[in-house]
Design a protein around this ligand. Structure first.
Ligand SMILES: C[S@@+](CC[C@H](N)C(=O)[O-])C[C@H]1O[C@@H](n2cnc3c(N)ncnc32)[C@H](O)[C@@H]1O
Length: 339
């Protein structure tokens, strides 16, 4: 296997991130080495993060994006432990009048395109979680014709509902001969109440849901809430509650796309809680500023990530370092309290 081109790398006790192209890096990862992948891919050409030809957001059409994304998904299938999952945070995309060949406007089913690629590369479709978004905030941010009060009054045939996001989840089934690699994810009754399971099983997750994973039982174990307040309130996508995302501090870098769209921390934590055991490996190929890593570390998981953009990579190093310190501080607190 060829060496990936790694521009920089940083490591902590339970994490490693690489300033590298996710595809070439994943090609060098060992088989069945990841227990859960959770990440936001670039939403096709919605934002271009850098001028790099390797930047998957640097594409003209959705099909071009999927052509590149497919190479990653192929590796994700190989590196995922048999019987485990890959959860991607996506949304459908809007196109406007005159931006299409026939001058029409509507939605592009980007999430379905992602599913197509995952299925073609061997995964099965496991489930779709809808992440609720407030249409009033979307209206304030983007002013879409379909969400205007005057459209509702003038000709409601143009009205649409607000755009949710999704966590699309795909499973890599064990093939014959791989049974020995399968490892169940366990939630012992003594540790996880039925109500928590019923909550996690809901098909709609909210970014303003305050039930941070693992806060039930002994409150001192709520390491997630320590990391939650890691930095000043995040800005995120404009419609996120202040404490739900890491703060994007790239304003001083003119080359960095400011609309990073960090992955909501509580959504990521719910996925990690549901689909991994403590100590397992979480992978994000598009690490950005490190949200998935912070969520993983705060829940006692290990994290590996790749990020192409040097500014985001630098921020992710900072956040992961900070998160592991806070987790260590939490463990020390536990130890002292137990004495
Ligand atoms: C939607 S953002 C991810 C945000 C991240 N989930 C967070 O919360 O910070 C997509 C990221 O993918 C990165 N990216 C794009 N192409 C890449 C590639 N080929 N390899 C690694 N990272 C890439 C972009 O620089 C961007 O930071």
């Amino acid at each position: 296997m060829r060496d990936p081109l790694v521009l920089d790398q940083a490591h902590g006790a339970d994490w490693s991130i690489y300033n590298a192209d996710c595809v070439t890096f994943a090609q060098a990862m060992p088989d069945a080495s990841v227990d859960l992948s959770v990440f936001s891919p670039p939403f096709s050409n919605l934002y271009v993060y850098s001028e790099s030809a390797a930047d998957h957001g640097n594409c003209v059409t959705d099909e071009e994006f999927f052509d590149h994304y497919r190479f990653l998904v192929r590796e994700l299938y190989r590196v995922t432990r048999p019987g485990r999952l890959c959860a991607i945070h996506v949304k459908d995309l809007v196109y406007y009048q005159n931006s299409s060949a026939d001058g029409s406007a509507g939605l592009r089913a980007f999430s379905d395109g992602c599913t197509r690629v995952h299925l073609e590369e061997g995964f099965t479709f496991h489930c779709r979680i809808t992440i609720h978004r407030d249409p009033v905030l979307e209206r304030a941010k983007a002013n879409p014709h379909g969400l205007l009060w005057k459209t509702f009054q003038g000709d409601a045939s143009f009205c649409r509902v607000g755009m949710p996001e999704y966590l699309m989840v795909y499973r890599r089934w064990a093939r014959p001969g791989e049974k020995a690699l399968v490892k169940p994810v366990l939630h012992p009754k003594a540790e996880v109440p039925l109500e928590r399971w019923q909550d996690l099983a809901g098909p709609v997750w909210r970014t303003d849901d305050a039930s941070v994973a693992l806060t039930y039982g002994d409150p001192r174990r709520a390491v997630g809430s320590l990391v939650w307040n890691l930095q000043d309130p995040g800005r995120g996508d404009g419609d996120l509650p202040a404490t739900d995302v890491l703060n994007v501090e790239v304003a001083r870098d003119p080359d960095a796309e400011r609309h990073l769209c960090p992955m909501p921390l509580n959504i990521t934590k719910r996925a990690i809680e549901l689909w991994t055991n403590p100590g397992e490996v979480v992978f994000s190929p598009y690490t950005g500023i490190g949200s998935e890593g912070v969520a993983a570390l705060s829940m006692g998981r290990k994290f590996i990530g790749t990020e192409l953009h040097p500014t985001y990579y630098g921020q992710a190093c900072h956040f992961l370092d900070e998160a592991s310190r806070q987790v260590a501080y939490g463990s020390l607190f536990d130890l002292l309290a137990a004495e």
